[in-house]
Design a protein around this ligand. Sequence first.
Ligand code: 4AD
Ligand code: MG
Length: 466
Amino acid sequence: MKKENNRIKVKDLLVSENLGKEVHVKGWVRTKRGSRKIGFIALNDGSTIHNIQIVVDFPEFDEQTIKLITTGSCLGVKGTLMKSEGHGQNVEIHAGQIEVYGTADPDSYPLQKKGHTLEYLREIAHLRFRTNTFGAVFRVRHTMAYAIHKYFNDNGFYYLHTPIITGSDAEGAGEMFRVSVLDHLDPPKTSEGKVDYEKDFFGKETNLTVSGQLEAELGALALSEVYTFGPTFRAENSNTPRHLAEFWMIEPEMAFYDINDNMDLAEDFLKYIVRYALENSPDDLEFLNNMYDKELLERLKFVVEKEFVRADYTEAIEVLKKADAKFEFPVKWGSDLQAEHERYLVEKHYKRPVILTDYPKEIKAFYMKQNTDGKTIRAMDVLFPRLGEIIGGSQREEDYDKLKRRINELKIPEKELWWYLETRKFGTAPHSGFGLGFERMVQFVTGMSNIRDVIPFPRTPRNAEF
Ligand code: 4AD
Ligand code: MG
């Protein structure tokens, strides 16, 4: 790859053995300190959590230029790479030439040397990338995205791009955002006085997708193993540290997998991502461990090493009923588990990640494979420490008649799903899949307690500023 102006990244300089050589580095000033004669600038270019120290012999430089070098300003520095005598670094650059690309007025630059709260940094999300914390989080996020594609590619899965605009509201995973070009103050009306979506862009009602699963199933029933990795949208008014209105989901879908194969894949996949992050982002994870969560690295290693517990929903309900804990939401067979219940199972009872299966059919989606008891379906949720549910999935109902009956029972408009049903009519196959919320996974690996701090520009109720 061509490098512009022979610039060397800080990450590479810090391990360089080219002592005495001329180097060119560019980045943003984190701090500047020193006396009248000599200055030390900590420069960071985002390639690593670490800064490179620039040593400046002040009398050799124009005083006006030196004044412009303040926290937040952007510089290009040419100089000699030297062994550092100081603490905390092996090498430093003795500046020969400094070019100031952009100044940052110290009186108005919102990032000061002192630490800022994560809440404050959310209000300046356009600048928060320049902090150690967000540099680390977004480098780890990238590493994990890469690991996910690598895992599936290495295991023979195809990356399938499912649509973001969808014409079906069938999945029922959550409230949807409407996509429309109609004049919302004066929309065309049908003779019954309803909005006439026939006149809209697609000639029907459309929304932003809540999941790529149904389309991924169509792919799996020909390509065998596929996965999606894309944005999904839910218009729920959930103001929690685990919910976003726009989040990224990874959804593998596999022909010929039953629920046990599905669980094996989920466990192996999650462990792979965590291991990959531990191996490839050690500096960033160590920083996050020391800064926010002293048990982070231990927790990550624990998940990689320990076998996940597998239990069914009915057993989990029994455990929760006997629990010596006060829950806000009641525990009763048939109701959905809340985060507090999930966390109790993982953190207090089983003391490791848990995969729960065989939920009551009433609290899960129409497409899940029905068990012979008539009450439960072959669902699986993977529950993690601190978060609760991180994966939701199931074996899918492959029987045309059973699937159609369930669709009708739930009064889902059958004609909207004609294409989905046809795959059960022509060459149907047992198959399974699951969805991993990418931000929840990034939360787990970085230890950040709020999901808004692991996506560059979070979308939550009343918040779409950047
Ligand atoms: O359990 P969910 O709703 O499952 C599905 O959408 C299925 N179609 C998946 C499949 O079988 N292919 O969502 C899957 C995961 C959850 O376990 C959670 O990690 C994450 O997506 N998730 C959210 N993450 C952030 N904000 C939200 N509002 C989320 N809702 C779900
Ligand atoms: Mg779920």
